[in-house]
Write a protein that binds this ligand. Structure first.
Ligand code: PLP
Length: 393
């Protein structure tokens, strides 16, 4: 088997078949609990002197297989699957920070993450501090928000929904100089297009619901990082907060990941064509896609990504009313939140995925009322463009 080929790892990964069953595809271990050989075995596992599975909230072979696959693809040692992307984000925050601590984040985040950092964690006296828009590359601004109680830095790149590109190496250097971890939400890129840990980040989180699953049929998340931090997150968060992934979902994610490379390549090709087409359209005022030379993050994206991804944001001339008309008139594209599915999905961040921001907070994050987000699918690109064309006209 060729070594060091990401495409091959995506398909073959870490699965070695069972010696007696010789299955091509790993079985699903649908069991809540596991038998002990005898009382000493059970006591030994609990006491840490023996190995074995105990209970699926604490560990399960199918879920572990997904963890190993994600660690391989993100080029690190450990991973822990979670019930959702939000469970993955929350597990990191609640493991790394406690009462009186804070974290410093880029200005634009998925609405759920923003609400968690800006509202919910306040109940635990944990404070989210956010960079002003377009200043995520300003080292001085980042350092200004940090203090002795800053426990981690958190970025999304490409960011949801503005497609801002954040320089991972730069943030990693700042985090390292302060002796704290950099956490990167890699949902928009997937490990096929971007591997933040190789660029200096310490922890990666995913909404696996999106490109990893790829088929819009499951919710899940993953935290990936070095062995020690993953063990901490497992024991300090997942064991007792309990938001673990089910074995059935882990199995579906393992299946979805097999086609990640081919799907991502088609998403990238289609999105590039759609973005170029939108950019020259007389009724479109702005297009945000990192693959366009006009995008302010184009050069950084070229440096840190292997492709520009399948997500586009754009504004229609005439503002939100014109934008709504486009969303109501599409026939092939589907008006729905989420992203990374085979189908092209269209939605309005200000009133949907980012409604957790107040209007002032959205302005501060650069999320305009007229912004429309498109998750470009893997259909025939001419059909996607034809549909958008009739809707925009
Ligand atoms: C960038 C990003 N991170 C995290 C999440 C949360 O993931 P989930 O919906 O799987 O909880 C989302 C959801 O849209 C997202 O877009």
């Amino acid at each position: 088997m060729p070594k060091n080929s990401r495409k091959t790892d995506i398909v073959h990964g870490i699965h070695t078949c069972h010696i007696t069953t010789m299955d091509l595809v790993p079985p699903i271990h649908l069991t809540s609990t596991f038998r002990f050989r005898d009382a000493d075995h059970g006591a030994g596992i609990f006491g840490g002197t023996d190995t074995g599975y105990v209970y699926t909230r604490i560990g399960n072979p199918t879920v572990d297989l997904l963890a190993e696959k994600m660690a391989l693809l993100e080029e690190t040692q450990g991973a822990v699957p979670a019930a959702s992307g939000m469970a993955a984000v929350a597990s990191v925050a609640l493991t790394l920070a406690g009462a009186g601590d804070n974290m410093v984040c880029c200005s634009t985040l998925y609405g759920g993450t923003f609400a968690l950092f800006n509202q919910d964690l306040k109940k635990f006296n944990i404070e989210g501090r956010f960079l002003p828009p377009f200043q995520c590359c300003d080292d001085g601004q980042i350092r200004k928000l940090m203090d002795a109680r800053t426990r981690f830095l958190f970025i999304e790149t490409p960011a949801n929904p503005t497609l801002d590109i954040i320089d991972i190496e730069r943030w990693a250097a700042i985090a390292a100089s302060a002796g704290i971890p950099l956490v990167v939400d890699n949902t928009f890129a997937s490990p096929y297009l971007q591997r933040p840990i190789a660029l200096g980040a310490d922890i990666v989180v995913h909404s696996a619901t999106k490109y990893l699953g790829g088929h819009g049929d499951i919710i899940g998340g993953v935290v990936v990082g070095k062995g020690e931090i993953i063990e901490r997150i497992k024991s300090e968060y997942f064991s007792h907060f309990g938001a673990v992934m089910s074995p059935f979902n882990a199995w579906l994610f393992l299946r979805g990941i097999k086609t990640l490379a081919v799907r991502m390549e088609r998403h990238c090709q289609n999105a590039q064509k759609v973005a170029e087409w939108l950019e020259q359209h007389p009724k479109i005022s702005r297009v945000f896609y990192p693959g366009l030379p006009s995008h302010p993050g184009h050069k950084t994206a070229q440096k840190q990504m292997d492709g520009f991804g399948g997500m586009i944001a754009f504004e229609v001339k005439g503002g939100i009313e014109a934008g709504k008309a486009v969303m109501n008139r599409v026939k092939l594209c589907i008006l729905a939140v989420s992203l990374g599915d085979c189908e092209t999905l269209i939605q309005h961040p200000a009133s949907m995925t980012h409604a957790t921001y107040t209007s002032a907070e959205r302005n501060a994050a650069g999320i305009t009322d007229g912004l429309i987000r498109l998750s470009v699918g893997i259909e025939d690109v001419d059909d996607i463009i034809e549909d958008l064309d009739q809707a925009i006209r």
